[in-house]
Design a protein around this ligand. Structure first.
Ligand code: NAP
Length: 294
């Protein structure tokens, strides 16, 4: 199977590199052309645009930012739909709403192509190691057809249900992650205000019933003032907007998520959207992240 990859940002560049290393014949496209160069060095072909990628491959993966960005590369001028062939599969791995996934599926179905939503859990490190957790929505036979491709990028494939279910499960998972980050940042802040060494707090977490390497990685960054992006704050803010809207549509009350959404929105509006999502910590502390940490 020839594989196309559209969107070579923090995640897409690492995921596409793993496909190339696994031996898939790869065609790539990125809006900022320079980001295609490392993939070309790994043997991929650089394409002229999404429609060309789709015309030359059997499975097309999109990994871009927001719902409107995926819709632009799929359904816009020179988009995937213009080039996709009958029987091909579009796999969107961006974090979007279930409604967007269903819309994308509808768009490729007009060309007798198939669709999977397959957003991922795990950041830059797991993407580089091919250790992502991939949450898939779509027909079982389409999932099976694409499994070898997904396994080149992830260690665990969770088939959540029909189209849109992967996106729904991803938003549920990121709701938990946003709450964890907000709680962790406030706890470290209070520990510091009490005159405690935050490292003692990390020791307590380690010895508790809910230890995780995540606290150490994010805690170390907070204490050093290093907010270089693994998962950009603007993307978590986008996810919080998507989960809040989903809760509203489904008449499900998410009051704590609403408060966390406002915190992320304020931090992005203060100009820190490109930093890691842990940058809510200096924002809560009333500090500006150091320019060196950008
Ligand atoms: P990123 O580093 O910001 O990269 C975004 C990519 O999308 C870039 O290649 C960008 O192209 C492209 N793009 C954005 N808008 C576009 C448009 N309108 N047309 C064409 N290309 C466009 O983002 P990322 O961290 O890789 O995340 C990608 C997706 O995965 C997001 O939905 C995010 O929420 C999700 N995600 C991220 C993580 C993480 O830890 N980073 C983890 C799980 C899921 P340019 O290079 O030209 O800007």
């Amino acid at each position: 199977m020839r594989v196309g990859f559209i969107g070579l940002g923090t995640m897409g560049s690492a995921m596409a590199a793993n496909l190339a290393k696994a031996g898939f014949s790869l065609v790539v496209w990125n809006r900022t052309a320079a980001k295609m160069e490392p993939l070309v060095r790994l043997g991929a072909k650089a394409s002229k645009g999404p429609a060309h990628v789709a015309a030359e491959t059997d499975v097309i993966i999109t990994m871009v930012s927001r719902p409107q960005d995926v819709e632009a590369v799929v359904s816009g001028p020179d988009g995937v739909v213009e080039g996709i062939k009958a029987g091909s599969v579009l796999i969107d791995m961006s974090t979007v709403s279930p409604a967007t996934s269903r819309k994308l599926a509808g768009a490729v179905t007009t060309k007798q192509a198939e669709f999977l939503d397959a957003p991922v859990v795990g950041s830059k490190g797991p993407a580089t190691q091919g250790a992502l957790v991939i949450l898939v929505g779509g027909l079982p036979q389409t999932v099976e057809r694409c499994r070898p491709i997904l396994l080149a990028m992830g260690k665990t494939i969770v088939h959540a249900g029909n189209v849109g279910s992967g996106s729904a499960l991803k938003l549920v998972t990121n709701l938990m992650l946003a709450h964890l980050m907000a709680g962790f940042a406030e706890a470290v802040l209070l520990a510091k205000a009490c005159g405690l060494d935050p490292k003692r707090f990390l020791e307590v977490l380690e010895a508790s019933t809910f230890p995780s390497p995540w606290y150490h990685t994010k805690g170390a960054g907070m204490l050093k003032g290093d907010f270089s992006p693994h998962f950009a704050l603007k993307h978590m803010r986008k996810d919080l907007e998507l989960m809040t809207a989903l809760g509203h549509d489904l008449s499900t009350r998410l009051p704590i998520t609403g408060a966390i959404r406002r915190l992320f929105a304020q931090t992005e509006d203060a100009g820190h959207g490109e930093l890691d999502y842990s940058a809510i910590f200096p924002h809560l502390a009333g500090e500006r992240p150091s320019p060196l940490s950008r």
